[in-house]
Design a protein around this ligand. Structure first.
Ligand SMILES: Cc1ncc(COP(=O)(O)O)c(C=O)c1O
Length: 464
């Protein structure tokens, strides 16, 4: 009898990637993995832990780009997915009101305490931003959008038009017309941008994911006021910050701001089935979907599929049952406190930013004697990468270096970690910084360590 044999596929393809394997996908991305030490094979995942093919256990503080709030293979998520498959439900009828979509919308609105809103489901974070852009244009009749510098809202064409990094936009122009970048935190420039009333919406991340950059206290409230005065809709992109990551169900609320629309995704997926949502004020949605004909002007085939809806429902249940939002706040404080000494941040650290389990540690390259002549503006990024590599190799902890021109180590572990894992992360980072801080020699060794992993890649990239 035929049948699906997962194990035989894993047996055939699950070894160390060959050149042929890599050629199917993106060979240059594999080069990046070699440089960063992540060209290894993980074969199992449980909670915050990843097991590699030698049986070594790693603590994952990259967290699937911050989507793994409930950890990998959570039993409740598995149970929910097994149940929905066993039930043989008729998904994707399309011309119906799917009961599971109603259930998730209802539960989600109560979870984020916006019970008067409507919900539009999507398949990913960037799709939530695309949907919000269309909703805001149609609702206001205005063409433009504004966003902060250094913003990240996804990489599809609309979301990319709100991106604050030139290197990501390069090669993809023309982008959506009418998008304006405002220097981060510059209220005067924001007011000037919004005053001509051509901007449909201002998009912001409550904490910027790239480099973990926070707004000055009170600033977002002023942003909201400027939007109100100029008739501009305020859209919180909480794809990364929302649903517990920062120690609140919505990070905007920690700043006392209630946006018109909120984009959500990552956490809702349990890192398992892609799902996202735009949640927002009823009258805004009703200006878009304002007739029978226009009830389908924005949609997509898979957006309310049963697997996604059930995953969202099970995730919210786990977040509540395990009190993960509060734990995120608590454990974030614990990690941050672990990086402090009596006289301030530990040696090698310039600043620790973020809230809950969204933490950015800005390193101090000077303190690490790691200011390499010849590397110019790229030195800080190399420092962070060298630190990340040491964390991986010596301590078996995955962290990401983020922000192109500064040394920031980003820590976004699953919210299911415990006190001991929080301490492990802080202690390992301190140890790594102390080691690299012992002088230029140690620092340069760290760098050589990294570059020697893939000399062919280094050569090719240098002389490109
Ligand atoms: C704030 C924010 N918006 C949007 C996105 C895009 O989400 P996705 O990768 O699911 O398209 C991300 C992803 O990192 C994000 O952090």
């Amino acid at each position: 009898m035929g049948g699906f044999d997962l194990q035989s596929i894993i047996d055939a393809y699950g070894g160390k990637p060959t050149a042929q394997d890599v050629a199917h996908l993106n060979p240059r991305f594999h080069d990046l993995l070699r440089l960063t030490g992540l060209d290894r094979r993980f074969v199992e995942g449980h909670g915050p832990w990843l097991i590699d093919d030698s049986g070594r256990r790693h603590l994952d503080a990259i967290g699937g780009y911050a989507c793994l709030a409930v950890g990998r293979n959570h039993p409740v998520i598995r149970q929910a997915l097994e149940q929905v498959l066993a039930a043989g439900l008729p998904g994707l009828i399309q011309f119906e009101v799917p009961p599971l979509a109603v259930a998730l919308a209802d539960r989600l609105k109560r979870f984020v305490d916006r019970t008067e809103d409507r919900v539009f489901f999507v398949n990913s974070g960037t799709e939530s931003v695309e949907a919000a852009m269309k909703i805001c244009r149609a609702a206001t009749g205005r063409p433009g959008f504004a966003h902060w510098s250094n913003a990240f809202h996804g990489l599809t064409m609309g979301a990319l038009s709100l991106n604050g990094s030139e290197w990501l936009r390069r090669g993809f122009r023309p982008l959506v017309p009418g998008c304006r970048e405002v220097p981060f935190g510059d209220l005067k420039a924001l007011r000037t941008t919004l005053e001509d009333r051509s901007i449909a919406a201002f998009f912001y991340e409550p904490i910027q994911g790239k480099g973990v950059v926070e707004h000055e206290s009170g600033l977002l409230q002023e942003v909201a006021e400027i939007c109100r005065q100029t008739g501009t809709l305020l859209v919180a992109d909480e794809v990364q910050t929302g649903l517990g990551r920062t120690g609140a169900t919505l990070a905007s609320r920690q700043e006392g701001v209630e946006p018109d629309l909120v984009c959500l995704s990552k956490v809702l997926s349990a890192g398992t089935v892609p799902v996202g949502a735009v949640i927002g004020r009823t009258e805004i949605f009703d200006r878009v979907f304002d007739s029978v004909e226009r009830s389908v002007v924005h949609s997509s085939t898979f957006r309310e599929n049963p697997l996604a809806m059930v995953t969202g429902l099970a995730t919210l249940q786990v977040l509540e049952d395990e009190d993960l939002v509060r734990r995120s706040a608590e454990l974030g404080r614990r990690i941050t406190a672990g990086l402090k000494t009596d006289s301030g941040w530990a040696t090698g650290i310039r600043e620790v930013r973020g809230r809950g389990l969204m933490i950015g540690v800005e390193l101090d390259p000077a303190a690490m004697a790691f200011d390499l002549p010849g590397f110019g503006a790229r030195t800080p990024t190399l420092v962070a990468q060298a630190v990340a590599l040491r964390m991986l190799e010596t301590h078996a902890i995955l962290v990401q270096s983020t922000a192109k021109s500064s040394s920031v180590i980003k820590i976004v572990p699953p919210l299911v970690i415990g006190e001991s894992e929080a301490d492990l992360i802080a202690d390992a980072l301190l140890e790594t910084l102390a080691e690299l801080g012992r002088g230029r020699g140690a620092a340069i060794r760290g760098l050589i360590d990294m570059l020697s992993r893939a000399p062919d890649v280094v050569l090719r990239e240098t002389f490109r």
